[in-house]
Design a protein around this ligand. Structure first.
Ligand code: SAH
Length: 353
């Protein structure tokens, strides 16, 4: 797919090198050629496999988590059950099925999905087999009600800007052209002032900032502190991120993020410290690993139960999926979780603090 490459080349020739965030955003969400806006970006030859696509257990545990917090918060009678960036809709489908065991939860929930891609909205509609769903483009459009929300591998898709400090001046890394190829480099264009304290950008290391995280997370935390609820965020990242973490995956393999815009899934690790700093009046848990979180919420027992009906190849695949989700060598440690919740209610389950 060279169309997006041509679009970007024209843009850079006309206006000069573009911020990494503008590049990332075009790669993922360009209305015609963005990765998520193409027909079935997660097809069988798709680029990556997210936790809910690995096993139904992930969505089931998230469903139990949200339903438990709902119970702990005195089961509000009408609430929003939301997901940011639901992909194929698999997580929400598994979540809704598992939460059916909690009386009253499904009936009180209005499902609202935050999604930009028209192609993925169609896909979500067919996976969910539900009529009573709304879509919004932005989290600030979520209803003024108690909010129970999951975001899995969403924040890593939000564009990052990259800065570096040279001779005490802050410079921005921008994507320009070199012999017709897209390349990142320090731009001579004066950078717009980064929205951060100067001390955050020290030394010669690249610093990534994700300006749109605030516009996404602040309204969510405000709703939670005003009306009650919880937002569970699970993503690839760590408490503090250093250096450039921009990466692209195409057909399950790593590729150069600048070589094939629009064909690969492009993301950057999530800095949980800066996300936690956006809590405002909402309480925030400590960060934990995905493995710990799932094990504390009973994924091992669930895995055992499901394995009773399986044998041969299916049983092996099920055991491998459990390992993949929880083992420290696999997604168990690379992925982390935090929850934002109403400070009037107990700590959500799965977190130690
Ligand atoms: N959560 C899913 C898929 C993650 S892929 C899973 O776990 O399988 C990222 C998802 O976020 C896609 O659905 C993509 O279209 C959506 N997305 C990416 N950037 C977005 C943005 N700025 N606003 C709304 N949705 C976005």
């Amino acid at each position: 797919m060279t169309e997006l490459l041509d679009v970007l080349k024209r843009r850079i020739r006309a206006g000069g090198p573009i911020p990494v965030s503008e590049y990332m955003s075009a790669c993922l969400l360009h209305p015609q050629f963005g990765f998520y806006c193409r027909k079935d970006p997660f097809g069988s030859a798709g680029s990556f496999t997210t936790a809910p696509e690995i096993s139904q257990m992930f969505g089931e545990i998230v469903g139990m988590f949200l339903a438990q917090v709902w119970l702990d918060q005195n089961s509000p009678g009408e609430f929003t059950l939301a997901e940011l960036g639901p992909g194929r809709g698999t997580l929400m489908a598994d979540l809704l099925r598992s939460a059916r065991v909690v009386p009253g939860f499904r009936e009180a929930a209005k499902v609202v999905l935050v999604e930009h891609s028209p192609e993925l909205k169609k896909r979500q509609l067919s996976s969910l087999d539900e009529r009573n769903i709304d879509w919004v483009n932005f989290s600030c459009d979520l209803p003024d009600k108690p909010l129970y929300l999951i975001a899995n591998e969403f924040f890593d898709a939000l564009p990052v800007r990259q800065y570096v400090k040279r001779q005490s001046a802050i410079e921005e890394i921008r994507v320009g052209l070199d012999n017709g190829r897209l390349v990142p480099g320090i731009s001579r264009l004066a950078p717009e002032a980064p929205d951060t304290r100067d001390s955050d950008i020290a030394g010669s290391e690249i610093v990534e900032l994700r300006p749109s995280a605030e516009a996404v997370l602040r309204p969510i935390c405000e709703k939670i502190s005003e009306f009650g609820g919880v937002a569970l965020i699970v993503d690839y990242g760590d408490w503090e991120i250093r250096g450039s973490t921009l990466q692209a995956v195409h057909r399950h393999g790593r590729v150069d993020p600048f070589s094939s815009p629009g064909c690969a899934d492009i993301s950057a690790h999530v800095d949980f410290k800066s996300l936690s700093g956006l809590a405002g009046e909402a309480a925030v848990t400590e960060m934990t690993t995905q493995g710990e979180f799932l094990l504390r919420l009973g994924i091992r027992e669930r895995a055992r139960k499901l394995s009773k009906n399986l044998k041969g190849r299916a049983l092996e695949e099920h055991a491998a999926a459990f390992e993949r989700l929880t083992s420290p060598e696999q997604m168990g440690s690379l992925f982390k979780a935090v929850a934002f919740y109403s400070c009037h209610f107990p700590l959500p389950p799965g977190f130690s603090k």
